[in-house]
Ligand binder design. Structure first.
Ligand SMILES: Cc1cc2nc3c(=O)[nH]c(=O)nc-3n(C[C@H](O)[C@H](O)[C@H](O)COP(=O)(O)O)c2cc1C
Ligand SMILES: CC(C)CC(=O)C(=O)O
Length: 407
């Protein structure tokens, strides 16, 4: 009979350690985030209130923001069973080049305000995951620095037309020289949307020091620590003159821009042009007639015109009107991979997400963005499998129905 050996301490120790004990506190928190909503909760704790609210909020009473989100809640999937889903392929092509999923990281201004790792962190994750990322004109990293940070990534440049057309031309020239693949012309911001949270919080760009911001910062020391221990924000596009977001927009953006400017851009830029911020069939037709290769059905995440149309609801009509001549994307309120799948089933070539990756960034820098990407991409694949679909091109409107009872 063999004696039972007593286990050694060294063998027991790993079993007694809490799961993930070798991870840093940030990594542990990120690993425990199972959804984008969880990342949002972490972001809210870490970022100063004014920064979180700028990211999270919308215009006016935030009706457009709420409706954009709720539209996804009305989706009811119609899964097909007994289909072989052992291999699910979420790849697609966007603007004629491969992407690992029908997903794009949307342009977001002042990204290094959310976390000092900022745009380079977002671009590196996008490059690693094989999805495009659009750098904003209002970015806090220059066109060239971002290209250097993620040289192998699919980089698009988002253009706001400025009063100073020389500056707009300069952005186009620099984006071309730095190897950006496409321009995204945002057309829904002739003036700033009324962001009431920003007014109440006294937000300025860059954030200025006042009693309120000092207290806000003191309550969120990790964010301040990061800010103070990295190089100052570059604010690629700005002349470093402080002001509110609305003042900046009023000073820089051209409210007189028309479809003729799109025609000008078409002649100045040889690559693909994506027009972002279209909400009607009429405008979709007009911009495609003027040379757009893709349109983004978008209400700017509910941040511009409050009570503007809900993108997911407008999407099918725009696909019907221009889908044979241009790619149609959608954004606003997308918080999960199953939202992305629903948008694609309703005809979108891809979905853009803004806040979803920004919550990750605020929660934990590049690792937080990676967590957001892992969650979204994992959910895209699992939703496809559960729907009985193995290819993006097989997603159809009859994979879902839209509930009218709002539940
Ligand atoms: C903090 C923040 C900043 C944004 N900045 C820009 C910008 O500079 N240019 C732009 O075209 N859109 C901008 N957007 C809008 C996004 O590109 C996108 O349309 C929107 O975030 C989609 O909604 P979602 O955040 O619910 O995904 C911004 C959105 C957020 C949340
Ligand atoms: C208005 C810009 C300055 C940035 C933007 O597009 C946004 O905050 O939604």
């Amino acid at each position: 009979m063999t004696a039972r050996r007593r286990p050694r301490w060294s063998e027991l120790q790993p079993l007694l350690q809490p799961r993930g004990a070798s991870l840093s506190p940030t990594d542990r928190r990120l690993a425990s985030a199972a959804s984008i909503a969880d990342l949002r909760r972490l972001a809210r704790r870490r970022a100063p209130r004014a920064v979180f609210d700028y990211t999270d909020g919308g215009a006016g009473d935030e009706v457009a923001l709420q409706r954009s989100r709720e539209a996804y809640g009305r989706i009811e999937f119609r899964p097909r069973v007994l289909h072989d889903v052992s291999v699910v392929d979420s790849t697609t092509t966007l603007l004629g080049r491969p992407a690992s999923a029908p997903l794009v990281f949307a342009p977001t201004g002042f990204t290094r305000m959310m976390h000092t790792e900022g745009e380079p962190a977002v671009a590196r994750v996008a490059a690693r995951e094989g999805i495009p990322y659009a750098l904003s004109t209002m970015g806090t990293t220059s066109i060239e620095a971002l290209a250097a940070a993620a040289p192998e990534g699919r980089r698009w440049f988002q253009l706001y037309l400025w009063r100073d057309r020389g500056a707009s031309r300069d952005f186009v020239t620099r984006a071309h020289a730095a190897g950006y693949e496409a321009l995204v012309l945002t057309v829904d911001t002739p003036v700033a949307g009324p962001r009431l949270r920003d007014v109440r919080n006294g937000l300025t760009i860059p954030p200025s020091l006042s009693l309120r911001t000092f207290v806000d910062g003191a309550l969120h020391p990790a964010w301040w620590f990061d800010l103070l221990t990295t190089e100052p924000l570059e604010f690629a596009s700005l002349n470093r003159s402080d002001g509110t977001v609305a003042e900046l927009v009023g000073r820089l953006f051209d409210p007189a821009a028309t479809i003729a400017d799109l025609a000008w851009l078409r002649s100045a830029w040889q690559g693909p042009i994506v027009v972002k911020g279209v909400l009607t069939v009429e405008d979709a037709r007009a911009v495609v007639d003027a040379g757009a290769d893709a349109v983004v059905v978008s209400n700017h995440g509910g941040r511009q015109l409050d009570r503007a149309a809900t993108p997911l609801e407008v999407l099918p009509a725009v696909v019907d009107a221009v889908g044979d001549r241009a790619e149609v994307y959608v954004d606003g309120g997308i918080m999960s991979g199953s939202d992305v799948v629903a948008a694609v089933a309703l005809g979108a070539r891809a979905a853009l997400v803004g806040r979803a990756y920004l919550y990750g960034l605020m929660a934990g820098g590049e690792r937080g963005v990676q967590r957001a990407a892992d969650i979204l991409l994992g959910e895209v694949s699992s939703t496809m499998a559960l729907l009985g679909v193995t290819r993006v091109t097989d997603l159809r409107p009859d994979h879902l129905r839209i509930r009218s009872d709002g539940r």
